[in-house]
Design a binder for this molecule. Structure first.
Ligand SMILES: Cc1cc2nc3c(=O)[nH]c(=O)nc-3n(C[C@H](O)[C@H](O)[C@H](O)COP(=O)(O)O)c2cc1C
Length: 313
């Protein structure tokens, strides 16, 4: 019997969607603090977990405050998915495992992984079975509204009978990439078709976006990706109906806490990786351009503290 944490989450579910290079442990912890119900890892290569696992295992480590925490895998080899699943369950011990059927990045699609799998119904089935059969953790998937002639309804139809607990649907087609309108109708149809949890994803950057998406799709919850960049408090705002806007002092306080956590977990590399987050935190503030020029060169916590302290708005 799989321990299905999904059923126990408060509704609507607000999930931090997976983002490669972004949803690391520090960022997940900050989002969790602001009320994300569930957080996803960066996508992890099932091939790498088979052949050279150390770096990927290190990337996937988490702190228990992040729970429930989901590890997302990508790849296109069912055997590698099976072995990677066993390894993740034994070494990382997350609360769930997710499979990526939505990534449109050329390098991934060329390998027949990510969104390319949505077109390969037989292989998609095999991959999901090999994950489900090798874990007692709940298994979820993330896919797109459509790729070519295959839409999410046809895709889910092919998976009928498999024990999939949740589906996050990015409501854009492969062709749309990361911009353009969300196909609410198809997510609503998927909601009526699929018995498990449905999370609608795409373009949720405010309370109004969230309400519109929930009403139009009837989803159990939402996946938030870019809407959390530089505003991890979006999760609290969605829950309370508050505006996303914050004073610059409040923003700097969180940016600093995030930086301290990044440094604690990754050392100097964490600071280099923080540069992009810092640029997102200051987006829209008066003088942001000049401030960004300083923040993109920070080398340590002291640099960050001094730059933020010196800001007079
Ligand atoms: C920088 C970046 C990295 C992403 N990495 C992943 C990933 O590792 N796995 C995945 O399933 N989706 C990934 N996505 C897609 C997001 O999870 C999400 O589906 C997409 O950004 C649409 O949601 P949004 O409009 O809220 O940003 C990524 C998106 C961005 C912008």
């Amino acid at each position: 019997m799989k321990n299905n944490f999904w059923e126990k989450l408060n509704r609507p579910i607000y999930a931090l969607a997976p983002m490669a290079g972004i949803t690391d442990s520090a960022f997940r912890q900050i989002c969790k603090k602001f009320g994300a119900n569930v957080v996803y890892s960066e996508m992890a290569s099932s091939d790498a977990l088979v052949f050279n696992p150390d770096k990927t295992l290190k990337m996937l480590k988490f702190n228990k405050v992040e729970q429930p925490y989901i590890v997302q895998l990508f790849g296109n080899n069912p055997k590698h998915f099976a072995d990677a699943t066993k390894l993740i369950q034994a070494k990382i011990k997350p609360n769930g495992i997710d499979i990526n059927f939505g990534c449109p990045v050329k390098k991934i699609v060329k390998q027949g992984a990510g969104v390319a799998l949505m077109k390969n119904l037989k292989l998609s089935q095999e991959i999901i079975k090999s994950v489900i059969n090798n874990t007692n953790l709940p298994v979820s998937i993330k896919c797109r509204a459509s790729v070519g002639k295959i839409n999410v309804l046809k895709f889910l139809d092919n998976l009928n009978g498999l024990d999939i607990k949740a589906v996050m649907i990015h409501g854009r087609s492969f062709k749309q990439g990361f911009t353009g309108l969300i196909d609410f109708k198809i997510i609503k149809k998927a909601r009526n078709y699929f018995g498990g949890i449905i999370l609608a994803n795409g373009g949720i950057n405010s309370y109004n976006d969230a309400i519109e998406t929930l009403i139009k799709t009837k989803a159990d919850g939402l996946g938030i990706a870019r809407g959390a960049l530089g505003s991890p408090w979006i999760f609290k705002a969605l829950r309370t109906g508050q505006s996303i806007k914050r004073s610059h002092r409040a923003i700097f306080k969180i940016a600093l806490q995030h930086s301290e956590l990044a440094y604690k977990l990754k050392g100097a590399v964490g600071i280099v990786e923080m540069r992009k987050h810092l640029s997102w935190y200051i987006r829209g503030l008066p003088g942001a351009r000049k401030l960004r020029e300083q923040l993109i060169n920070v080398k340590n916590l002291k640099d960050i503290r001094e730059i933020l302290k010196g800001v007079n708005l």
